[in-house]
Design a protein around this ligand. Sequence first.
Ligand SMILES: Cc1cc2nc3c(=O)[nH]c(=O)nc-3n(C[C@H](O)[C@H](O)[C@H](O)COP(=O)(O)OP(=O)(O)OC[C@H]3O[C@@H](n4cnc5c(N)ncnc54)[C@H](O)[C@@H]3O)c2cc1C
Length: 446
Amino acid sequence: MNCNHLPVLVVGTGPVGLVAALTLLQNGISVRIIEKNLNIHIGQRASGIQPRTLELYNFLDVPEVNNLGTPFPLVRSYKRETMEPLELQRMLPFTEPTPAIPFFVPKLLGQDLHKMILRRHLEKYSCFVETGTELRSFEQSDKEVTAVLAKKQGEDEILETLTTNWMIGADGAKGVVRKHLGLTFQGETRDDFCFITGDIRLICAGLDRMFLSIGNGLGVSMTGPSHYVQLTRLAKMADSSERLPVISDMLEVTTSILNTAVTTGSIGGWNNRILFMLGIHYRFSDIVLDEFASPVEGKPIDAYRVLDETYLEAGGRAPDAPKLIHVYPGKSDVMILFTLYRSWCHTVLVFTPSPADATPILAALEWCDKSIMQSAVILPSSTPATPFASAANFVLVDQEGHAYSAYLVEASQTKVFVVWPDGVIGAIVRDAEGVRKYFSRIFREM
Ligand SMILES: Cc1cc2nc3c(=O)[nH]c(=O)nc-3n(C[C@H](O)[C@H](O)[C@H](O)COP(=O)(O)OP(=O)(O)OC[C@H]3O[C@@H](n4cnc5c(N)ncnc54)[C@H](O)[C@@H]3O)c2cc1C
């Protein structure tokens, strides 16, 4: 790796490129980010933002997407070739937020505003999108990537050859990176229906602007948020054996919903919590470790599923929990677990009734750089909320029992959870030995 080269070139400023760049910057890695279009694209595409994506924005410290997004309006569909209403319904199920799932309401936000919010966050790191700059071609070796960029300057075009340690091809499904690498694209192109989307001012009789109106078909791909899940997982090793089962299961589910919509004209298939993406898991990954789960031979992977809050295994989503009393360091205010999870660090949660039992577990983390690892001891509600010193970053008392309940821990048990920077549980182990075993899979040097 050449330290004089640009560390990372990000190609494309769709949601994936912007989130990848922000994640890298938050992890202290400089990026250059280019976009072939001179002007920011205005059309609407990924306007529907699912609860899991909102959680990821929480970990990236981008609250505006949830705050400015609006809940989905009702949808009125019409009988084919007529203006006769077929049905009026919610496009997605309505769910009140819970202590474990604070972002339970899917939101709508125009993609131009969504991307502007992300660009503003990049600018806080003095990172500005270079518009009118297109990746034309690239070559890669074991050490570096050499990219040829074409920059528009009025009527002219200036070519630049750039060497970088890494390049992220976030140039979309039709992009040059995928084609150049000869990568296949899961899914299919269908020409048996069409989908029209836009910011429309309705003036014709019979259509009502109080409703989102769908005519011919429904062809929304849900791949965007899944990309966010993958791209915010940079602090650990991830490979295609982890990603592909999620993507192929997702395509199967969304294709079936689409087929129902095309054949019946009904969007009822959307009324399904699976689309919230909270149940996506990586339990099958080689790097997760769960000392409490019993492996079942031949069990289907089923990576894209509805969240089951009565079952928790490493590789699944880490739940939230509010109202934890902060007893160390030196405060007595109330914390929410989700404020701990951030894109730049792993979080080790030690649930234990006895702070002494946490001591060897915390000692097993001492080798690690504190800027990429933090720890919290979580004591059951019966513990007096009196301050005391600890080797952990935080000691919290679960005064209303939300954390013990969501993480399915008995008040008398000691259980350790390692939460990845994207809020997925990497490990559930019993003790210091389990912690060492897990991290030896993640970091080459310990
Ligand atoms: C009609 C429609 C509706 C959709 N609705 C939803 C929805 O409601 N919710 C949802 O989650 N998803 C939705 N999607 C899917 C979502 O839009 C995509 O999954 C998402 O945009 C993918 O993001 P991306 O960043 O990978 O790629 P893109 O958004 O395609 O961005 C790629 C960027 O790279 C740039 N680029 C391309 N080539 C180059 C190059 N050579 N050099 C430099 N820059 C380049 C492009 O100009 C573009 O800005 C929808 C898609 C469509 C088509």
